[in-house]
Ligand binder design. Structure first.
Ligand code: F6R
Length: 607
């Protein structure tokens, strides 16, 4: 989604802003722009398309000399991705320039009002109303104009604003859309995502909703929307520069797939003690006194992780669990009350639908436990307790280590809840913990055992229909595997419960159809072999995913991806990794933009 960067200090602003925007490219965008305050006043450059075009247009920033400014990558919502609709947007008098993430919900009414007052609009965006409101509310005091403006806005917004009367001064505003300030010596900056400013700062502040900040080279002041000063909470940025770099890998996605053993270690190690799962005080006050039911809610891959978690919690704790898409839960009048534990999953912690679903659950009295990767993100503020997945920054749009760490933490949580509810014996708990201890190595093995994946991707994934089938946890993994294939290779792939195929979809299976059959549930192997035979009889070629040494599958399928056995609840983690790689190699073969697939954004901050 859209990205914001702002800077003031001793360096040339434009190259800084371009570098910040490049770091935000992974979020997805379709146009970009800069506004820099220089000796000649406000200078603007905007373009549709890639940041490289903006860099060419501004000669790497040299065409916009000046030491403060704002930059933006836009993902079109109101108006097409054209040069004119790209941000920054400027007020009629040319005094204010603004960049904006989010949506101004009352923009149509504001636009009509401002047009009647004589403002002429150049773009079709909702953002432009902000620039005109600033100009109209201005009487020489930049801060007051800003406060008057935000008082008129409804919706979600993060803003960066500059004013020609205050060169060297940049404002950052947050309401329901993330913004982080980076503090430095003689320079300060801000961005919608830490990735843009992490290489330049060691100290940072997360603006809260309803706050804005004035940044000057010599310091930063934070205020609430009523203008009262706020003491900012500073946190240390401990990203090494390499965390956001590819480190020799061809794509971030491949790097992040290969990082999974390490990510899983850091997700699980703090929750394993003396051979047992032990979350210590991490669950805080999130558990209801009497646990009646669990509702897991999330979007996309995080939802599919929730589908695996549902099976684990139900099996170990024997309480009813539902996994609900966050975008549906809000409107389903859900059966949620004070005895419901709501578990919200999100890599970014900023997904608008997930945040909205959590607010809905809270309003019904539920306790909320968030499982999140991005520290300090909006979801962490809404929850009663937070379990961080500690996967490290995920830059590729397609989630990989984000997903596997979510599944691992959910499974460990299932064991923790079962222990607290007295549902498992100590030997059972020890066996589960032993599986979790072994999981990172098992994932490494799942990678090492399958050097032939590029060839399998060529044979199975480049043409014709593609189905992923499985039962139980395998089915939940099939959903995620098909999503990975769709989003990065643009190949149409469908996931089906294996037993459901013959109730309709098998009509589509024909000579040359590819079927990926997930066969890790040993107790269901016989049934999976029947499904494989059904599709083969209609001409499909079958690539199975099965535990090492599973002879019956070797005989039934055309090819096999081998995964180590990790135990029924942990297999999904080892099983998805070669399927992530299968999607990756298919996308690479097809020449796709793997880290930044078309139409997708890393963090979906609109509903
Ligand atoms: C797919 C993917 C998305 C996200 C979804 C939720 O690879 O990344 O489906 O899983 O947009 O995002 P988060 O986890 O940030 O809430």
């Amino acid at each position: 989604m859209c990205g914001i960067v702002g800077y003031t200090g001793g360096r040339e602003a434009a190259p800084f802003l371009l570098s910040g925007l490049r770091a935000l490219e992974y979020r997805g965008y379709d146009s970009a722009g800069l506004a820099v305050m220089g000796e000649g006043g406000l200078q603007l450059a905007k373009t549709s398309g890639r940041i490289e075009r903006l860099a060419e247009k501004t000669r790497g920033g040299a065409a916009l000399p000046g030491r403060s400014g704002i930059g933006h990558t836009r993902w079109a919502t109101h108006g097409a991705p054209t040069d004119v609709n790209a941000h920054p947007h400027v007020s009629c008098g040319g005094r204010f320039a603004v960049v904006h993430n989010g949506i101004i919900e009352n923009y149509a009414a504001l636009r009509a009002e401002l047009t009647a007052l004589g403002c002429s609009f150049r773009s079709e965006t909702d953002t432009e109303v902000i620039a005109h409101l600033l100009e109209l509310g201005y009487d020489g005091d930049f801060r007051e104009a800003l406060m008057r403006t935000v008082a008129r806005l409804e919706g979600s917004y993060a803003l960066g604003v500059v004013c020609t009367d205050f060169p060297g001064e940049v404002y950052a505003v947050r309401e329901a859309s993330p913004l982080i300030l980076g503090l430095g010596a003689g320079e300060n900056c801000f961005a919608s995502d830490l990735a843009a400013i992490a290489p330049y700062t060691k100290s940072a502040v997360r603006l809260e909703d309803g706050q804005f900040a004035r940044l000057r080279p010599e310091g930063v002041q934070v205020y609430d929307f009523a203008g009262r000063p706020v003491e900012p909470e500073i946190f240390r940025v401990d990203w090494g520069p390499e965390a956001a770099e590819k480190g020799g890998w061809e794509h971030f996605m491949l790097k992040e797939i290969m990082e999974q053993p390490r990510a899983l270690r850091s997700a699980l190690a703090p929750r394993l003690r003396d051979g047992l799962v032990d979350f210590g005080a991490e669950l805080g006050s999130a558990l209801p006194e009497r646990l009646g039911s669990v509702v897991i809610t999330a979007c996309g891959s995080a939802y599919y992780a929730g589908c695996v978690g549902k099976l684990a919690i139900e099996r170990l704790c024997r309480v009813p669990v539902t996994a609900e898409l966050a975008s549906e839960l809000r409107y389903s009048d859900p059966l949620i009350g004070e005895d419901t534990l709501v578990i919200a999953l999100s890599q970014s912690g900023e997904t608008a639908d997930t945040l909205a679903a959590v607010r809905e659950c809270r309003s019904r009295g539920a306790k909320v436990l968030a499982i999140v990767n991005a520290e300090g993100s909006s979801l962490t503020k809404l929850a009663d307790a937070v379990l961080y997945t500690r996967a490290g920054p995920e830059i590729a749009v397609a989630s990989t280590k984000g997903y596997t760490t979510q599944v691992a933490v959910l499974t460990a949580l299932a064991a923790e809840l079962a222990r607290r509810l007295g549902r498992l014996t100590e030997p059972e708990l020890r066996e589960l913990a032993a599986g979790l201890y072994r999981l990172p190595d098992a994932v490494q093995k799942a990678i090492d055992l399958n050097p032939g994946l590029p060839e399998l991707a060529r044979r199975y994934c480049l043409g014709g229909a593609l189905y992923y089938i499985g039962r139980g946890t395998d089915r939940a993994v099939a959903l995620e595997a098909a999503l990975k294939m769709k989003e990065i290779s643009y190949r149409h792939a469908e996931a089906y419960a294996a037993g459901e195929l013959k109730h309709g979809t098998i009509a589509l299976v024909e000579e040359g159809t590819s079927v990926v059959a997930l066969c890790c549930r040993t107790e269901l192997l016989g049934k999976m072999i029947s499904s494989i035979e059904e599709v083969k009889a209609r001409g499909a070629k079958v690539l199975a995913v099965a535990p090492a040494g599973e002879r019956r599958i070797l005989a039934a399928a055309d090819d096999v991806i081998t995964v180590p056995r990790t135990g029924p609840l942990l297999d999904p983690v080892a099983e998805i990794v070669p399927l992530q790689l299968l999607a990756y190699y298919a996308a690479r073969e097809l020449g796709c933009d793997i880290d930044k697939p078309k139409n997708l954004a890393k963090s979906v901050t609109v509903e």
